[in-house]
Write a protein that binds this ligand. Structure first.
Ligand SMILES: [Zn+2]
Length: 350
């Protein structure tokens, strides 16, 4: 099941792994003077006496850099470095740290990495709560561990709007949240909770990129009045409008052939994106043709659950008609796949 979820998102990479790879390696240090075997040739070569140089040590068995000589932080380090980490005690101790100590822990990725190694998903959620982390840091640490929608949802809901906004603007964090949650729809629900919304039909038609794509489709349709003998192939053109949930940018896919090739069919998959609208042209301008939405357009638009736009012309003027609902209601849910039409329900609520 999980593998299928991954396959739903073509091109998705395991960015959690990359984040881990970018983190500094475990801190190194040493508890003893440099050993004689190391010292002698070195001293001989450079003529210096290294015997007085010592590396800080707070553990004989697991050397590391000593942290600001504090009792609770030392206890925390000891616990995190044990083979069998006492998770409950770690979380309790995190809550007892002073706010300065909490900041020390939160600003040091080695703590995050050791907690990822030691704690389970729900324990990591308790740990970031105990540390009083901002929503961005909570989500980053939980995503690094791997998390679930049930754990993320209440933390997003409890966060101040300014913290939700900060998360929405952090593309790297959003990508790691996507990977940490695993299921695309869980990520889409989180994005809705964070405040991301699909553009409604008014916003779409006011968007210059949408206008440009519609004009391109219009011109490719060879709009006009059919004359015999036929010299210009007048035909419908169409496509899909997607919202990339991470970048908040619109993405387009176009297709020759109008609704038969667009709204009646499965939209192509676009990475990190959901369908928020579709469009086609009505380029037959002769008196025998109707320009408003056909009964099929109206029916299909209702079933697809996203706004539809028709680009046509009346009395020599550009004219738009609309079908379907004015906006995609929810970011999660798809009739066939995560990126597909949400269906008449408008998607799945968070
Ligand atoms: Zn139509």
């Amino acid at each position: 099941m999980h593998i299928w979820s991954r396959l739903q998102q073509p091109g998705r990479s395991s960015r959690g792994a990359q984040v881990a790879a970018q983190s500094p390696p475990a801190l190194a240090g040493g508890g003893q003077s440099l050993d004689p075997a190391t010292r002698s040739p070195t001293e001989g070569r450079f003529g210096w006496d290294f015997s007085r140089i010592k590396v800080h040590a707070d553990s004989q068995t697991k050397p590391r850099v000593q942290r600001s000589g504090d009792g609770n932080l030392s206890r925390l380090n000891e616990m995190l470095d044990r083979l069998d980490v006492p998770e409950g005690e770690v979380i309790r101790l995190l809550g007892e740290l002073t706010s300065t100590e909490k900041q020390t822990v939160l600003s040091d990725v080695s703590y995050r990495d050791r907690m990822v190694a030691a704690l389970a998903n729900s324990e990591m959620a308790d740990a970031v709560d105990a540390l009083g982390a901002t929503l961005a840091v909570k989500l980053a640490w939980m995503a690094a561990e791997g998390t679930s929608y049930d754990l993320v949802k209440p933390r997003i809901q409890a966060a101040p709007a300014v913290e939700r906004g900060a998360v929405l603007g952090d593309r790297v964090l959003l990508a790691s949240l996507r990977d940490g949650l695993w299921w695309w729809d869980d990520f889409a629900k989180c994005m809705e909770l964070l405040g991301r919304t699909a553009p409604d039909v008014t916003a779409l038609i006011a968007n210059s990129e949408v206008e440009r794509v519609l004009e391109t489709a219009w011109l490719k349709s060879n709009p006009g009045v059919r004359v015999v003998p036929v010299q210009k192939y007048i035909h419908e053109e169409g496509g899909w409008i997607y919202l990339n949930l991470i970048t908040n940018e619109l993405v387009f896919q176009t297709k020759e052939g109008g609704p038969d090739s667009t709204s009646l069919r499965l939209p192509p998959a676009v990475e990190d994106s959901i369908v928020v609208g579709d469009f086609h042209t009505h380029p037959q301008l002769g008196p025998d043709f109707q320009r408003p939405p056909s009964p099929e357009d109206t029916e299909t638009g209702k079933g697809n659950g996203v706004p539809g736009i028709i680009r046509t012309e009346e009395n020599g003027q550009r004219k738009y008609f609309f079908y379907g609902p004015p906006v995609r209601t929810h970011l999660a849910g798809g009739k066939f796949r995560g990126w597909s039409y949400p269906g008449e329900s408008g998607g799945v609520a968070p």
